[in-house]
Design a binder for this molecule. Structure first.
Ligand SMILES: Cc1cc2nc3c(=O)[nH]c(=O)nc-3n(C[C@H](O)[C@H](O)[C@H](O)COP(=O)(O)OP(=O)(O)OC[C@H]3O[C@@H](n4cnc5c(N)ncnc54)[C@H](O)[C@@H]3O)c2cc1C
Length: 340
């Protein structure tokens, strides 16, 4: 296609999370070209946006690998097939083309025509649940953050963490090593975190290294020009407390909005796309789905499961695109990595 906003490819992969990246590789191995779209500015999905510095322990062959490292290796593995990335744009519309295949349009006006689509959209266009506080947006990105991408940025700071789940507890434990002070606000005394983590949290609280502010919830923020000076909290009975702070990290989970994908007529079950695990097919012809976005009986939301689904989806897309040339099954040890 002539202009820079119009592209033609074998497969469009929606989502450049770990599973989308490995789908590029699997498609390349069966000689299908790919374009990849992601709403985020960087590849890696949840691994990059939510836990780049956390070690993952259940990737086969890697006893321990930081999420950011895994993403870097997946990108390197995919690079052999010269995928074209369209980052910082959301796929908004998908239309069937009369000649077969699909035409996708993104939020920045990129138009992609593909013989097949593989959705690797994870939890969808995900975003944090924001606490309902007056004036919050002025502080966001300056002294209120929903993700920690570099814990060093919090060295020497007075950090207030709000929330009672794994993210709140894990980051409290981690940031206690670098921050000047860590306070954890939760509306109950009991946390919803792994028992060992909660035990460590309580031990650090007993040792005076972390302040547990329970049972309190966020009430208001003090500060000016985007810089927080204190977080005000309150109990259900109205008792108030002021916590001096440089930074607030609200960890109230992610909203799992599938976004525009929910309107494409896909069969959904609890906001996830129903696939046939034998083929990764959805209810729409030439649209396959892999990774966290899919559901079928026994689905495990793990990266390794998504990797296996990627291999299946690539072969299904191949069979659809090249019905006249059945794929000859080969191990990578025999085929090597074909050139793009
Ligand atoms: C804190 C934490 C720890 C974890 N630890 C582990 C672990 O130890 N082991 C493990 O196996 N798993 C772990 N997971 C789960 C793992 O991260 C997910 O299973 C994995 O990220 C799923 O990959 P994915 O590529 O399917 O989706 P995602 O990583 O969610 O990526 C999907 C991408 O699609 C993009 N997208 C969605 N909709 C659109 C659209 N319309 N247009 C453009 N882009 C779109 C999103 O922006 C996103 O980048 C953990 C998750 C979290 C949050």
């Amino acid at each position: 296609m002539a202009d820079q906003h119009h592209h033609q490819t074998d497969v469009v992969i929606v989502g450049a999370g770990p599973v989308g990246l490995f789908t590029v590789f699997e498609c390349g191995m069966v000689r299908l070209s790919c374009h990849v779209v992601d709403a985020l500015d960087d590849a890696g999905g949840q691994c990059t946006a939510l836990y780049p510095e956390k070690p993952i322990y259940d990737i086969p062959g890697f006893p321990r690998i930081d999420a950011a490292d895994l993403v870097a290796r997946l990108k390197e593995q995919a690079a052999a097939f010269k995928p074209v990335y369209h980052l910082g744009q959301q796929v908004q519309a998908v239309e069937a083309m009369s000649e077969g295949g699909w035409r996708l349009t993104t939020s920045t006006g990129t138009v992609l025509r593909a013989r097949a689509v593989i959705l690797a959209a994870g939890v969808g266009a995900f975003g944090p649940n924001r606490p309902p506080l007056d004036g919050l947006s002025a502080f966001e990105g300056r002294s209120v953050f929903y993700y920690v991408t570099q814990r060093e940025a919090f060295r020497g700071k007075r950090v207030v963490i709000a929330g009672g789940g794994d993210s709140a507890v894990d980051w409290a434990l981690s940031l206690a090593e670098v921050a000047a002070r860590v306070s954890v606000i939760h509306r109950r005394a009991k946390f919803r975190a792994a028992p060992e983590s909660e035990a460590r949290l309580n031990a650090l609280a007993d040792a005076g290294k972390i302040d547990l502010v329970v049972p309190y919830q966020l009430h208001s923020l003090d500060g000016a020009d985007g810089q927080l000076t204190a977080v005000n909290v309150t109990t259900l009975d109205g008792a108030e407390k002021k916590i001096e702070a440089d930074v607030l990290l609200p960890f109230f989970g992610l909203s799992m909005a599938l976004g525009p994908i929910a309107d494409w007529g896909m069969a959904l079950e609890r906001n996830q796309i129903v696939t046939d695990p034998a083929t990764a097919a959805t209810n729409k012809p030439a649209i396959f789905a892999v990774g966290d976005v899919v559901t079928y009986p026994g689905k495990l939301k793990l990266i390794l499961t998504g990797f296996a689904e990627a291999a299946i989806a690539a072969r299904s897309a191949y069979a659809l695109i090249h019905p006249e040339t059945p794929l000859h099954f080969e191990y990578s040890t025999t085929s090597g990595v074909p050139s793009a």
